[in-house]
Design a protein. Structure first.
Length: 382
């Protein structure tokens, strides 16, 4: 039997090199399991190319040496390279699909997003957070006593011209701890404020026109007053001379209210002429009961008795929603009125003079009128 030839030193070195290469190839295959699906595909391709390159190198070396051991080593290297490739492919199968499958997934997601966008476009638009909804303004909610603290109130009270008298309306607003813009008897300020609106830029919540002094306002001021009524502002008017100007610019306001006015004058020249009475049909009205009840107007004073003009009487015309609350004759319903509420409570019309009575008598009524006028404005109901 012939002895096998000993492997040459160059073949030995080649074997050693191939063994190290196979170990490195296995490490690469294991590390590839941590890559993404697209990286696995690329790595698998690289591993296949590497194994083929190794096989070609070994075959070439075997032919150059012409030894049997080189051929055996080449076959062994091929088998191990194929095993490494199979391991890498198995690991790749455990990852999410890539290539064409990834493209299909992306197409499905794009189609889903398109469908969602079409569905959203069919829904009615919603207002952004913090924006006011469209449509008519809604009355605010919350405790009304707290809401009143933020009311925008404009006051014209021409009794400021008589320093010997208390200003009833101003004292009532102060007692209620309400903020207000005080125009006193300044007609220029009144015009500017009625045309310009409240300091906040919006309509006033309440305009009080207490024209009790013997110098009346008329004409254009009732145009301004009509405008603020159209803006939803509540209005309280104290005026004793409307019968003199009822055919003028105040006429539209009286017509909308549903009343006509006529003279209210002393009959006997005594304090009994000044006394007024709650009418039975209006005794339970909020202006007569809330927040103060049991109102009485039998204690009079002679502040204006000398003028022979105590104010105006009102009578219902049947064209509006006016309700007469106080009258000079308790037995007459719908006539001889001196305190009337109309336009759903938005307007209060007082046609007698506050200072015909002591402040202790008038304060509860002024508080009731202010309270309910603001409530109508800020909540929409009594």
């Amino acid at each position: 039997m012939k002895n096998r030839p000993s492997p040459s030193p160059s073949l030995y070195r080649l074997k050693n090199l191939l063994s190290r290469g196979l170990v490195l190839l296995l490490l690469v295959a294991v590390a590839s399991c941590n890559f993404t699906s697209s990286s696995n595909d690329d790595e698998s391709l690289k591993q296949t190319q590497t194994a083929l390159s190794v096989q070609q190198t070994v075959n070439a070396a075997a032919e150059q040496e012409g030894g049997v051991n080189a051929t055996i080593q080449a076959q062994q290297a091929t088998i191990e390279a194929q095993a490494a490739q199979s391991t890498a492919e198995a690991a790749a199968q455990q990852q999410p699909p890539a290539g064409p499958d990834l493209a299909a997934t992306q197409q499905a997601l794009a189609a889903q997003q398109t469908a969602a966008a079409q569905q959203a476009a069919q829904q009615p638009p919603q207002p952004p957070t913090g924006a006011a909804p469209s449509g008519p303004p809604q009355p605010p909610t919350g405790d009304f006593d707290e809401m009143m603290k933020n009311a925008q109130i404009l006051l014209f009270e021409d009794m400021v011209n008589d320093p010997s008298e208390y200003r009833y309306v101003q004292r009532t607003l102060d007692a209620m701890r309400l903020r207000y813009k005080d125009d006193g008897s300044a007609k220029g300020w009144l015009k500017s404020d009625m045309l310009g609106g409240s300091p906040g830029g919006g309509p006033w919540d309440l305009v009080i026109l207490a024209a009790e002094w013997r110098e009346s306002i008329s004409g254009e001021f009732f145009d301004y007053l009509n405008n603020v009524l159209d803006q939803g502002t509540s209005v309280i008017i104290e005026a004793w001379y409307l019968d003199d100007i009822s055919e003028g610019r105040v006429a539209p306001i009286l017509a909308d209210c549903g009343v006509q006015v006529y003279e209210y004058y002393p009959k006997t020249g005594t304090l009994n002429d000044i006394v007024v009475w709650p009418l039975a049909s209006a005794a339970s009205h909020p202006v007569m009961t809330t927040p103060n009840g049991g109102l009485s107007f039998t204690k009079a004073r002679d502040k204006w008795l000398w003028s022979f003009d105590l104010g105006d009487h009102t009578a219902l015309t049947g064209r509006g929603d006016a309700v007469i609350l106080l009258g000079s004759d308790a037995t007459k319903e719908g006539q001889d009125g001196v305190l009337t509420v109309c336009k759903g409570g938005q307007m209060t019309l007082m046609t007698f003079s506050s200072h015909s009575f002591p402040y202790q008598v008038m304060y509860p009524l002024w508080e009731n009128m202010i309270y309910n006028a603001l409530k109508i404005r800020m909540t929409g109901s009594y």
